[in-house]
Write a protein that binds this ligand. Structure first.
Ligand code: GLU
Length: 477
């Protein structure tokens, strides 16, 4: 995971891109770089290290003028983290630059072909192969940049979010995605590009999330054109109004995002209950479940697919589903599920869990489950994300943006949602007694307060931490 930021419009691109890269730092990275077009020259500066290191270097190396540019934070997959391997990468002619998140799996065979055609490479990255492939197609086929990107991507196996710029066509940026997120912010006669919406939130609330397999040409003073990479068909852009605000993504007085997010848990759980847990009426309202209640009630088994922390939330919920709703549950790592030949029967329900709603393996597993005729229910945090769109129905957690890489409130709200579903199904199936059901509702209601109390007893937590920080292993009883 790492970051892409871009801008084209009427403002200075440099501060927008640098600040945007800083906002994406939470994703982790080992190097950073920027390309700016100042009206005459295409200036690239990049370095191993942090965004602050990049700033120091830029001041010495390049002019920071220009109203169009792209920036990148790299998490090395091909070639060590160093200045040369950092993005952006030039094509051999020096006319094109690219930034890329992801992996080009067939880069070796493409490289061999390009070497035969006279290309040479300065970095060890798969990304430099891609930009030269684009250049080669552009020259060989005599096509515009957008078309060259499309033809090249159809030869690529792998995952990518890319932004490509041509200094001879400085009024456009071409972007594309497959398996790595990319959002476009739409301002007044200006566009922003980013891996998520946080870099452009202070400028606009209107965003388009590119879907897998789509590319867009973003032109100054023109409407955005989105196409399918595979068959060139035009896609109607779906502009969403973002619910996030800047305050939500800033540290709010805490030293770290993670600390802030730990303390946000009571609020996040309350938000996840809101409108759903109606203790006074004795009901749990969840449209995604209500609309598909028959399917849930007739389910022979539930298969939960997820990765990382979401997988752990799945493991916790397995116990709850089986205990109170008496439905057998299998919890599976999405990356395993997608590469084997899973048995899915007509009456099985697949629940896919992901904080971002963009987890590539979970998305691929959803597609596989759907192709086998399964009903897929999504649990994710980011409204309008790919998983939210790809599933038949779902329930959002309302954790708010989670910036810290180690998950806190996203995990607790995932368990909150899954508990609500299990309890709702238990009631509908009659596998829980009336009194136990109502007692559970009342106890759930108390959870935010209890979490708050636990967080406030922070000297107690610090004592425990001092012990476990040096532990090699732990046994929970
Ligand atoms: N595969 C590319 C590289 O190693 C991109 C890595 C990334 O996603 O940042 O440079």
């Amino acid at each position: 995971m790492c970051g892409i930021v871009g801008y084209i419009g009427h403002r200075d691109a440099y501060p927008i891109i640098i600040e945007g890269l800083r906002r994406l730092e939470y994703r982790g990275y080992d190097s950073a770089g920027i390309a700016l077009y100042d009206g005459t020259n295409l200036n690239v500066s990049k370095t191993k290290g942090k965004v602050t290191d990049l700033e120091c270097r830029i001041e010495k190396e390049i002019t920071i003028n220009g109203t169009v540019g792209i920036g990148h934070t790299r998490w090395a997959t091909h070639g060590i983290p160093n200045d040369v391997n950092a993005h952006p990468h030039y094509s051999n002619s020096g006319n094109l630059v690219i930034i890329h998140n992801g992996i080009i799996e067939n880069y070796e065979s493409l490289k061999k072909e390009l070497i035969k055609r006279g290309y040479s490479f300065t970095s060890d990255t798969d990304t430099e192969i891609l930009i030269n492939l684009i250049e080669d197609v552009k020259q060989k086929e005599n096509v515009k940049l957008g078309k060259a990107v499309q033809i090249a991507l159809n030869q690529v196996v792998g995952a990518y979010a890319i932004a490509v710029f041509d200094k001879n066509k400085p009024d456009e940026i071409v972007i594309a995605r497959l398996g790595s997120p990319l959002a476009i912010g739409i301002g007044e006669d200006e566009f922003f590009i980013a891996s998520d919406a946080t870099p452009f939130l202070e400028y606009t609330n209107n965003a388009i999330y590119l879907e897998d397999g789509e590319m867009a040409i973003i032109r100054r003073h023109k409407d955005i054109k989105i196409r399918k990479i595979k068959d060139d068909s035009l896609v109607n852009p779906y502009v969403q109004e973002l619910q996030l605000n800047l305050e939500q993504i800033e540290k709010g007085g805490y030293d770290h995002f993670m600390l802030k997010e730990i303390f946000e848990q009571p609020r996040a759980i309350k938000d996840t209950f809101r409108g759903r847990l109606q203790t006074d009426k004795g009901i749990i309202k969840m449209a995604g479940v209500d609309d598909n209640l028959e399917k849930f009630l007739n389910a022979n088994k539930i298969i939960i697919i997820a990765c990382g922390t979401s997988w752990h939330a799945g493991l916790v919920s397995e116990y709850i589903f089986e205990d109170i709703a008496r439905i057998p549950v299998e919890v599976e790592y999405a990356s395993e599920f997608r590469y084997r030949n899973p048995v899915i029967n007509e009456n099985d329900i697949v629940i896919a869990i992901s904080q971002s709603g963009e987890t590539a393996d979970t998305l691929a597993a959803i597609k596989l489950a759907k192709s086998r005729g399964a009903f897929v229910f999504g649990v994710c945090n980011v409204v309008g994300s790919s998983i939210a769109r790809e599933t038949h129905a779902g329930a959002y957690t309302h954790a708010g943006p989670e910036i810290g890489v180690a998950s806190t409130k996203a995990f607790t709200t995932q368990i909150t949602v899954l508990t609500l579903i299990a309890l709702k199904l238990a009631k509908a199936k009659g596998t829980i007694s009336n009194s136990d059901y109502h007692r559970n509702l009342s106890e759930l209601e108390l959870i935010p307060k209890k979490v708050e109390k636990a967080l406030l007893s922070d000297s107690h937590i610090k004592t425990i931490v001092a012990i476990i920080i040096i532990a090699i292993s732990m046994l929970f009883t």
